[in-house]
Design a protein around this ligand. Structure first.
Ligand code: SF4
Ligand code: SF4
Length: 184
């Protein structure tokens, strides 16, 4: 298996875990919401980014021929992997405003940035989803990706424990700060 295959596989597996956890957490707000925050503009990034398109092709092949280039259905987003990072990063005022403490808000923000974090500086200063020549995807170093993935994985473990009611220690805060500096 080449390095790109490893990256696609591990990115997809981590994205799935984050998606499942985030969706359950957000359900209490999103299930009663009448606003539609999904936009076709975001959906299209999956077609425009060679990396996201490779994920789509690999894991959601049956969705490949989406002529409308939009993923929203009655049941929510049809993509299990390959969603644009912005879809995880978006936190509306309803969700942020409902957090009981600044620490809850911070943990929610870290969670929202995990998927974006794993693609940072994948090739030079470019994010994974900004590598626009498909041939360049083969130049991405697995070791570089793995470092970001490991930081995100550690932070994800801390966030999950926190939302289960565990108190955070100083080392946990250091792990979270790799993803986002504390704010508020
Ligand atoms: S993220 Fe916010 S605006 Fe979007 S569906 Fe959920 S509650 Fe509504
Ligand atoms: S979550 Fe899915 S449906 Fe919503 S904007 Fe993102 S890709 Fe489109």
């Amino acid at each position: 298996m080449d390095e790109l295959e490893h990256i696609l596989r591990e990115y997809g597996a981590f994205e799935s875990e984050v998606r499942v956890f985030s969706s359950k957490l957000w359900l209490q707000w999103c299930s009663n919401c009448r606003e539609v925050c999904c936009k076709a503009l975001y959906c299209r990034e999956t077609f425009e980014s060679p990396f996201l398109f490779s994920l789509l092709n690999k894991y959601s092949h049956q969705l490949y021929n989406n002529t409308q280039k939009a993923w929203l259905s009655e049941a929510g987003c049809k993509l299990s992997v390959g969603r644009p990072p912005v879809c995880y990063e978006f936190l509306c005022n309803t969700i942020l405003g409902a957090q009981q403490t600044g620490m809850h808000r911070y943990a929610m923000i870290v969670l929202s940035k995990l998927i974006s974090h794993i693609g940072k500086r994948a090739l030079g200063s470019r994010h994974l989803i900004e590598v626009m020549d498909p041939a360049d995807l083969k130049k991405i170093k697995y070791s570089r990706f793995k470092k970001r993935l490991s930081e995100a994985r550690n932070a994800f473990d801390v966030v999950q424990l926190y939302f289960k009611g565990h108190q955070l220690e100083i080392n946990d805060l250091k792990v979270l700060s790799k993803i986002s500096k504390q704010c508020g």
